[in-house]
Design a protein around this ligand. Structure first.
Ligand SMILES: [Zn+2]
Length: 145
C-alpha cells in the first residue's frame, strides 16, 4: 500500500479548480486552511469563494450501521483561534505592520490592530479587507490614502 501524503496547498498559493460561477477551470487563491483537510479558496477572476477539500480515502472499517435516521446536522462554529494559529504558522509574523486605514493591504498581509491585536488579511477588496483575528474575522477599511 502506498502512503497517501495529501497536503493542502499553502496559503496564498494558486490551485486550479472548477469555478461554478465562471463555468470553467480557474486559478483559486488559497485564503486560509480551515481544517487539516480543507481550505477556503477564492476564484482569481470572479472572486467566488468555496471550500477546497482534499480527496480523502474512505476506510470502511467495522461498519457502525448508522442506518435509520441517525442524521445529525452538526453545525459547528468555526474555531477562530485554530484558524488564526494556522495562519500564523502559514504566513508568520515577520512582516507585521501596524494597521493604518490609509495603507492598502494585500491578501496574506499581517497587521497589528491597536484593539484586536495581530490579524491576517484573508481577503482584500478595493476599500476594505477581511482580517482574521484571534477572536474572529473582521472587516476593516484600508486604501483610504
Ligand atoms: Zn470564478
Amino acid at each position: 500500500m502506498s502512503e497517501n501524503t495529501n497536503e493542502l496547498p499553502a496559503v496564498a498559493r494558486n490551485i486550479n479548480l472548477a469555478c461554478k460561477k465562471c463555468g470553467v477551470d480557474r486559478y483559486f487563491v488559497v485564503v486560509a486552511h480551515t481544517t487539516a483537510t480543507s481550505a477556503k479558496v477564492k476564484c482569481e477572476v470572479c472572486g467566488a469563494q468555496k471550500t477546497y477539500k482534499l480527496p480523502t480515502e474512505k476506510k470502511a472499517k467495522s461498519s457502525t450501521g448508522a442506518k435509520g435516521g441517525a442524521r445529525k446536522a452538526a453545525t459547528k462554529k468555526p474555531d477562530h483561534s485554530a484558524l488564526w494559529n494556522e495562519l500564523k504558522t502559514q504566513i508568520g509574523t515577520e512582516n507585521l505592520v501596524s494597521y493604518n486605514m490609509k495603507t492598502k493591504y494585500p491578501m496574506a498581509a499581517v497587521i497589528e490592530h491597536p484593539k484586536f491585536g495581530i490579524g491576517f488579511v484573508t481577503n482584500s477588496f478595493h476599500d476594505k479587507i477581511e482580517v482574521a483575528f484571534l477572536e474572529g474575522g473582521r472587516y476593516l477599511v484600508h486604501n483610504r490614502g
